[in-house]
Design a protein around this ligand. Structure first.
Ligand code: UD1
Length: 340
């Protein structure tokens, strides 16, 4: 298929671009580099041995989006582009609602106008809110989220469902990611957060490479195996493969919309992840236990059965793989991607 990948220069997008090319798909990227660097492109071209067309603009610009669809033909869209920092979304809710929703509206209008009827959407386990039983199952309702960022994911899932339901032949896969970590095994691409990382794995990686003094563990008095928070970490290479599986499944779908959890089905605690990273690095890493972080849940993980049965997809990478690959990327690129 010829696939437009929005946000294809970002962390999950870039790994998915490589997986699509490896599976024989043609890829066109649209990305405004709001949270990524243009130098990722050269690395993707080196790794794939292919030239990857790129359109550098902001999808909230409906005219530019319309022009792109008028001048090129696509079979499908994978929509990653969006703001994703939970804390920032609380500070700037309007920016988040405007950016994440408007970009989706532009895409949907252009898609329906030009007969592009297959879409894979980058959603999140955050849509299960704080009341869903663990493990999380796709049929759980009502969806909710505790941050404006998370609410944009819930809203976009609803918008896509409404549009697909009344548009003949439209097919949408909603991919609900758990906690994506890891990097391409080459060490050439990986997660490159701007500023102080909010998430656990990039923070540990920056402690290991000497950019941060120590990890702060947010609470060790949760009702979990060792008192620290448990999450379902998933290797970004598995996640990328999940997007290819979902894309190829779309034409066979009976229903217009289907949600899929992309997770391993297993919980790993903060201290377990830290110790796995220590094994990858070969020495201990400094940490201290501090107060719980507001809004954090004790423990959750995916029920990944539906993706196994319907997409034929399953995560295969271990926690040690995730740490080894993150460490290769971080140690070979201590400051992330170079400026252009
Ligand atoms: C967070 C978001 C989620 C988003 C996801 C993106 C919240 C409440 N949830 O998930 O909506 O989709 O990021 O990847 O913000 N931790 C530490 N020290 C740190 C950082 C994290 O102890 O410096 C702990 C947390 O308390 C948690 C675990 O590590 O138990 C994972 O945290 P994090 O990587 O931020 O992801 P989530 O909170 O699960």
């Amino acid at each position: 298929m010829r696939v437009l990948v929005s946000g294809g220069a970002g962390y999950i997008g870039s790994h998915t671009v490589l997986a699509l090319l490896e599976h024989g798909h043609d890829v066109v990227i649209v990305d405004d580099f709001a949270n990524s660097k243009p130098t990722v492109l050269g690395r993707l071209e080196t790794l794939s041995g292919k030239t990857i067309p790129l359109h550098a603009f902001d999808l909230t610009d409906a005219d530019k989006t319309e022009h792109l669809f008028a001048s090129e033909k696509f079979d499908a869209v994978i929509h990653f582009a969006g703001f994703k920092a939970v804390g920032e979304s609380v500070e700037k809710p309007l920016d988040y609602y405007r950016n994440n929703l408007d970009s989706t509206f532009s895409l949907l209008r252009a898609m329906t106008r030009h007969g592009v009827d297959k879409l894979v959407f980058s959603s999140s386990a955050t849509v299960y809110g704080d009341t869903a039983p663990v493990p999380y199952h796709e049929d759980y309702e009502p969806l909710s989220a505790s941050s404006p960022y998370g609410r944009t994911k819930v809203m976009i899932e609803r918008v896509l469902t409404d549009v697909a339901t009344i548009t003949d032949g439209f097919r949408v896969a909603l991919l609900r990611y758990f906690n994506p970590v890891g990097a391409h095994p080459s060490g050439m691409i990986g997660e490159d957060p701007q500023g102080i990382p909010n998430n656990l794995m990039p923070f540990i990686a920056q402690v290991a490479v000497g950019r941060r003094d120590k990890l702060r563990v947010f609470g060790d008095d949760y009702p979990t195996k060792d008192g620290t928070g448990e999450r379902d970490y998933i290797h970004v290479m598995d996640l990328a493969a999940g997007h290819v599986a979902a894309l190829e499944h779309l034409p066979t779908m009976d229903e217009p919309v289907r949600a899929f959890n992309l997770g391993t089905g297993e919980g790993t605690s903060v201290l377990e992840l830290l110790h796995a990273f220590e094994r990858a690095v070969g020495h201990e890493l400094p940490y201290e236990v501090v107060e719980r972080r507001a809004g954090d849940l004790p423990a959750y993980w995916a029920d990944p059965t539906r993706a196994q049965q319907e997409l034929g997809w399953q995560a295969t990478h271990t926690i040690d793989d995730m740490c080894a690959d993150t460490w290769r990327w971080q140690s070979e690129n201590p400051n992330g991607f170079p400026e252009g």
